[in-house]
Write a protein that binds this ligand. Structure first.
Ligand SMILES: [Zn+2]
Length: 280
């Protein structure tokens, strides 16, 4: 995570096109530079705009969905993870179509897009929130915490008994370079039994071997990018959802069996803790 003392934005506008994972509809994203203190704002074709904050999350079912101001966007977490981890503080995300393009199911295309845009420093200082006391949340046998630490570290553990993935854990110091190399390429996955249910419910219409893999009891639907791609993708989703706190912080993040619901709860708890501190 860049420790620059100044806020950043993108150096120039860039565009990525594809189809949405859940709807299968054509979708495109344009990333454009934005001024200091504007944060990440998502704009849709109809003219509505949503700040990328946990306060605007309306659903965490399979993907993180933001809605308000006449706009709704689905599946923003991989893009938000890339912007946050690659040190982009301010950007305008202009979306065409009902959801963010799935691309290859990972955050790698977003990392490449951000690299293509380049980063520009702004004159305004960046504030880095230092976690002073532990913050934790729970949800259905999952829990996540942020503990005081000198840098941003990430620990994630998952367990899928009865599947090829089994139990996996990951522990890393989160920098832009490590995110780009070790988390961003990890693709979306689902368990075999979930996959059938998803098809039946009409979701995952855009899902294919090009943007997701299936975890079976005895193996995977295709070749993996990492032997522990499952936990790496969960860590990627965690970073994207935590970006919804809307600021930068340093601390030790630990998540056991994370889900979008749990991650967004932690982002909300971070927002509450910080605003309570600012009121003192
Ligand atoms: Zn994901």
């Amino acid at each position: 995570m860049p420790r620059s003392a100044q806020q950043t934005t993108l150096a120039r506008p860039v565009i990525e096109e594809g189809i949405g994972l859940h709807t299968g509809s054509p979708a495109a994203v344009t990333l454009t530079p934005a001024e200091a203190d504007s944060g990440i704002v998502i704009a849709v074709e109809s003219g509505g705009e949503i700040p990328a904050h946990a306060d605007w999350v309306v659903s965490t079912e399979r993907a993180t969905v933001l809605a308000g101001n006449g706009a709704e966007v689905r599946g923003v977490e991989h893009l938000l993870a890339a912007l946050w981890a690659m040190g982009v503080d301010n950007a305008r995300v202009v979306l065409r179509g009902p959801e963010v393009p799935a691309c290859d199911g990972s955050a790698r295309p977003w990392v490449d897009l951000i690299k293509r845009a380049g980063r520009r420093r702004l004159a305004t200082p960046r504030t880095l929130y230092r976690i002073a006391e532990p913050i934790w949340v729970e949800s259905n046998g999952s829990w996540a915490a942020v503990l005081p630490d000198e840098r941003l570290n990430l620990g994630v553990a998952v367990d899928y008994p009865g599947s090829a993935a089994g139990a996996q854990a990951l522990w890393m110091s989160l920098t832009g370079a490590r995110f780009a190399a070790e988390l961003a390429p990890a693709r979306t996955f689902c368990l075999e039994r979930e996959y059938q249910a998803l098809l039946a419910s009409g979701l995952a219409k855009g899902g294919s071997a090009d943007n997701a893999f299936v975890v079976r009891p005895d193996g995977y639907s295709g070749e993996l990018r990492f032997p522990d791609e499952v936990v790496r993708h969960k860590a990627l989703d965690l970073v994207g959802d935590l970006a919804l706190c809307g600021f930068r912080f340093i601390g030790q993040v630990i998540a056991v069996r994370p889900s979008h619901r749990l991650n967004v709860r932690l982002a909300s708890a971070l927002r509450e803790r910080r605003s309570a501190g600012l009121r003192k």
